[in-house]
Design a protein around this ligand. Structure first.
Ligand SMILES: C[S@@+](CC[C@H](N)C(=O)[O-])C[C@H]1O[C@@H](n2cnc3c(N)ncnc32)[C@H](O)[C@@H]1O
Length: 318
């Protein structure tokens, strides 16, 4: 219901104050359904209703608005996944469904708070200038426009296989001041790396290398990294991902782990994704001939679990 309030666009109307009648007239909504929704939202404390039927947003609904991208990803993207968990426990049942567009756009909204500041910190400490960015699995494209704003000479390409995700990225980029420096390609990262003649100096995998690991296996990730650095030996690769600690009781007892990560970690193996620990990834990077030039976690003021980690990687013999 919270996700529906936010995603339907009705929240903005309620912020200004409106009635069921006015919304039915202006937006051609089903009266009985909207009336039932309004009753639900009022009873749940998300809307107030005045004596003459004017509906307005409550402080509680405004507080939930701050967490909008978490609802977008976990309810819009993975809501149907959680409902299908029981049907996908048996061996050979295939992946549970998810809505890729909401996964990508919700994830990018969360990233504005945690992973983008981490990426900026890692790159700033490194101090290099970059001219050509590829964001592999760009979701709704916020890294592309944010990094282009940081690096005035930069042009960028976003790689996103999901049709809704790619459409969301194109729509987002088109409205940003850096629009003329960014393009979006609807293709998966492995296929793009195998076929491109592009020579980026900065590549980003933000919450995507574990998708490739789930889809292509460890050998697939090794082949992809080898090809990427084979074509661009001077490349800087920034990887942001999750340090898998789902079996660590102490780590999982932290409030954000209870409220968010517990469910987040759970749905990955159900959707062809494979999370691994920091140590696991560092061993793989080293075995692929890469050097870890920087490592950090998110700002503890935003996320004190230390689950979200980032690396700056380069070819060891470059
Ligand atoms: C969790 S979202 C991350 C979005 C964004 N990079 C961020 O950090 O917020 C994962 C994205 O990877 C995309 N994806 C899944 N498999 C992929 C693949 N093989 N190659 C490229 N992107 C992929 C999904 O469609 C989704 O948009």
């Amino acid at each position: 219901m919270i996700f529906t309030l936010q995603q339907s666009g009705l929240q903005d109307q309620f912020a200004a104050g409106t009635t069921v009648d006015a919304l039915v007239g202006a937006k051609k909504l089903d009266r009985a359904r909207l009336a039932a929704m309004a009753d639900y939202w009022v009873a749940a404390g998300l809307l107030d209703r005045s004596a003459d039927g004017v509906l307005t947003l409550t402080d509680l609904a405004r507080a939930y608005e701050e967490a909008r991208p978490w609802y977008e990803m976990m309810v819009g993207g993975y809501g149907q996944t959680f409902l299908a968990l029981g049907d996908h426990l048996a061996e050979g049942t295939g992946p549970a469904p998810r809505r890729g567009g909401y996964v990508g756009s919700g994830s990018c909204g969360i990233s504005m708070h945690d992973s983008l500041p981490l990426l900026r910190k890692l790159l700033a400490e490194d101090g290099r200038d970059y001219r050509r960015l590829v964001d592999l699995g760009c979701g709704s494209g916020v890294y592309l426009t944010e990094l282009c704003a940081d690096y005035p000479q930069m042009t960028a390409v976003g790689i996103e296989p999901d049709a809704d995700g790619a459409a969301a990225a194109r729509a987002w980029v088109a409205g940003q001041p850096t629009a003329d420096r960014v393009t979006i390609e609807q293709v998966d990262a492995v296929r793009w790396i195998e076929n491109t003649e592009d020579k980026p100096d900065l590549a980003v995998y933000a919450f995507v290398i574990h998708e490739v690991l789930g889809q292509e296996g460890e050998e697939g990730v090794r082949r992809m990294l080898t090809k990427l650095f084979g074509e661009s030996p001077e490349l800087t690769l920034a990887v942001i991902d999750i340090d898998l600690k789902s079996a660590d009781r102490a780590a999982m007892s932290q409030p954000l782990a209870q409220a968010y990560y517990n469910a987040y970690l759970l749905m990955h193996p159900f959707t062809s994704q494979r999370l691994e620990s920091r140590q696991w990834w560092e061993k793989l990077f080293t075995e692929c001939g890469l050097r870890i030039d920087a490592y950090d976690t998110t700002d503890p003021a935003m996320d004190s679990t230390g689950f979200c980690v980032g690396w700056v990687l380069r070819k060891a013999d470059a």
